[in-house]
Unconditional design. Structure first.
Length: 141
Protein backbone atom coordinates (compact mmCIF):
# COMPACT_ATOMS: atom_id res chain seq x y z
CA UNK A 1 0.00 0.00 0.00
CA UNK A 2 1.37 3.41 -0.97
CA UNK A 3 1.84 6.20 1.52
CA UNK A 4 -1.05 8.65 1.74
CA UNK A 5 -1.78 12.10 3.08
CA UNK A 6 -5.10 13.31 4.52
CA UNK A 7 -6.72 16.08 2.46
CA UNK A 8 -9.43 18.50 3.61
CA UNK A 9 -10.94 21.07 1.25
CA UNK A 10 -13.19 23.52 3.06
CA UNK A 11 -15.17 26.50 1.79
CA UNK A 12 -17.34 29.10 3.50
CA UNK A 13 -20.31 26.84 2.72
CA UNK A 14 -18.77 23.80 4.43
CA UNK A 15 -16.52 20.82 3.85
CA UNK A 16 -16.20 19.89 0.17
CA UNK A 17 -13.78 16.98 0.46
CA UNK A 18 -12.12 14.93 3.16
CA UNK A 19 -10.08 11.82 2.41
CA UNK A 20 -6.74 10.21 1.71
CA UNK A 21 -4.56 10.87 -1.33
CA UNK A 22 -1.19 9.90 -2.72
CA UNK A 23 -0.70 13.37 -4.28
CA UNK A 24 -2.36 16.78 -4.27
CA UNK A 25 -1.81 19.42 -6.95
CA UNK A 26 -2.81 23.06 -6.56
CA UNK A 27 -2.13 26.42 -8.16
CA UNK A 28 -0.24 28.58 -5.67
CA UNK A 29 0.40 32.25 -6.37
CA UNK A 30 3.96 31.49 -7.48
CA UNK A 31 3.07 28.45 -9.56
CA UNK A 32 1.79 24.90 -9.47
CA UNK A 33 2.65 22.84 -6.38
CA UNK A 34 2.56 19.10 -5.87
CA UNK A 35 2.23 17.74 -2.36
CA UNK A 36 3.10 14.17 -1.45
CA UNK A 37 3.00 12.45 1.95
CA UNK A 38 5.69 13.75 4.32
CA UNK A 39 5.96 17.04 2.41
CA UNK A 40 7.72 19.80 4.32
CA UNK A 41 5.32 22.04 6.25
CA UNK A 42 4.29 25.18 4.41
CA UNK A 43 1.55 27.76 4.10
CA UNK A 44 0.88 29.56 0.83
CA UNK A 45 -1.85 31.53 -0.87
CA UNK A 46 -3.70 29.89 -3.75
CA UNK A 47 -4.68 31.52 -7.02
CA UNK A 48 -8.10 30.86 -8.52
CA UNK A 49 -7.87 27.53 -10.25
CA UNK A 50 -8.01 23.80 -10.07
CA UNK A 51 -7.05 21.53 -7.20
CA UNK A 52 -6.45 17.89 -8.13
CA UNK A 53 -6.51 15.10 -5.59
CA UNK A 54 -4.99 11.78 -6.68
CA UNK A 55 -6.31 9.02 -4.41
CA UNK A 56 -3.94 6.51 -6.04
CA UNK A 57 -4.54 2.77 -6.31
CA UNK A 58 -5.95 3.22 -9.82
CA UNK A 59 -8.84 5.40 -8.63
CA UNK A 60 -9.94 8.39 -10.70
CA UNK A 61 -8.33 11.78 -10.04
CA UNK A 62 -10.70 14.17 -8.24
CA UNK A 63 -10.96 17.73 -9.57
CA UNK A 64 -12.07 20.81 -7.63
CA UNK A 65 -12.23 24.53 -8.36
CA UNK A 66 -11.21 27.09 -5.72
CA UNK A 67 -11.39 30.85 -6.14
CA UNK A 68 -8.17 31.27 -4.21
CA UNK A 69 -7.55 30.76 -0.53
CA UNK A 70 -4.93 29.28 1.73
CA UNK A 71 -3.07 25.98 1.44
CA UNK A 72 -1.55 24.56 4.62
CA UNK A 73 0.70 21.51 4.41
CA UNK A 74 1.77 19.36 7.34
CA UNK A 75 3.68 16.06 6.90
CA UNK A 76 0.48 13.97 7.03
CA UNK A 77 -2.27 16.54 6.30
CA UNK A 78 -3.17 19.07 3.60
CA UNK A 79 -5.83 21.67 4.34
CA UNK A 80 -7.26 24.03 1.74
CA UNK A 81 -9.41 26.91 2.96
CA UNK A 82 -11.27 28.84 0.26
CA UNK A 83 -14.21 31.24 0.08
CA UNK A 84 -15.58 29.16 -2.79
CA UNK A 85 -14.71 25.55 -3.54
CA UNK A 86 -16.73 23.24 -5.76
CA UNK A 87 -16.25 19.93 -7.51
CA UNK A 88 -15.28 20.58 -11.13
CA UNK A 89 -18.06 18.25 -12.27
CA UNK A 90 -20.61 20.51 -10.52
CA UNK A 91 -19.56 23.71 -12.34
CA UNK A 92 -22.38 25.12 -14.47
CA UNK A 93 -20.56 25.69 -17.76
CA UNK A 94 -23.36 27.79 -19.28
CA UNK A 95 -23.39 30.13 -16.28
CA UNK A 96 -19.59 30.44 -16.38
CA UNK A 97 -19.64 31.27 -20.10
CA UNK A 98 -22.30 33.93 -19.49
CA UNK A 99 -20.25 35.44 -16.63
CA UNK A 100 -17.19 35.43 -18.90
CA UNK A 101 -19.13 37.26 -21.61
CA UNK A 102 -20.34 39.88 -19.10
CA UNK A 103 -16.79 40.41 -17.81
CA UNK A 104 -15.45 40.81 -21.34
CA UNK A 105 -18.22 43.32 -22.12
CA UNK A 106 -17.36 45.28 -18.97
CA UNK A 107 -13.69 45.34 -19.97
CA UNK A 108 -14.61 46.59 -23.43
CA UNK A 109 -16.74 49.38 -21.89
CA UNK A 110 -13.91 50.41 -19.56
CA UNK A 111 -15.93 52.38 -17.04
CA UNK A 112 -14.25 53.28 -13.75
CA UNK A 113 -11.03 51.74 -12.44
CA UNK A 114 -13.02 49.92 -9.77
CA UNK A 115 -15.34 48.35 -12.36
CA UNK A 116 -12.34 47.48 -14.52
CA UNK A 117 -10.62 45.68 -11.63
CA UNK A 118 -13.81 43.81 -10.77
CA UNK A 119 -14.28 42.76 -14.42
CA UNK A 120 -10.65 41.58 -14.66
CA UNK A 121 -11.03 39.51 -11.48
CA UNK A 122 -14.29 37.99 -12.71
CA UNK A 123 -12.74 37.19 -16.08
CA UNK A 124 -9.76 35.47 -14.42
CA UNK A 125 -12.11 33.43 -12.23
CA UNK A 126 -14.28 32.32 -15.15
CA UNK A 127 -11.24 31.34 -17.22
CA UNK A 128 -9.93 29.26 -14.29
CA UNK A 129 -13.32 27.53 -13.97
CA UNK A 130 -13.36 26.75 -17.69
CA UNK A 131 -9.84 25.29 -17.45
CA UNK A 132 -11.01 23.03 -14.61
CA UNK A 133 -13.91 21.83 -16.77
CA UNK A 134 -11.59 21.21 -19.75
CA UNK A 135 -9.08 19.24 -17.68
CA UNK A 136 -11.87 17.14 -16.20
CA UNK A 137 -13.14 16.34 -19.71
CA UNK A 138 -9.62 15.36 -20.86
CA UNK A 139 -9.12 12.96 -17.97
CA UNK A 140 -12.48 11.29 -18.59
CA UNK A 141 -11.89 10.72 -22.28
Amino acid sequence: MAMTIHVDIVSAEGEIHSGLAEMVYARAELGEVGIAPRHAPMITRLSPGEVRVDPGEGKEMQHFYVNGGILEVQPHRVTILADTAIRAADIDEAAVLEAKRRAEDALAGRASEMELAKAQAELAETVAQLRAIERLRKTRS
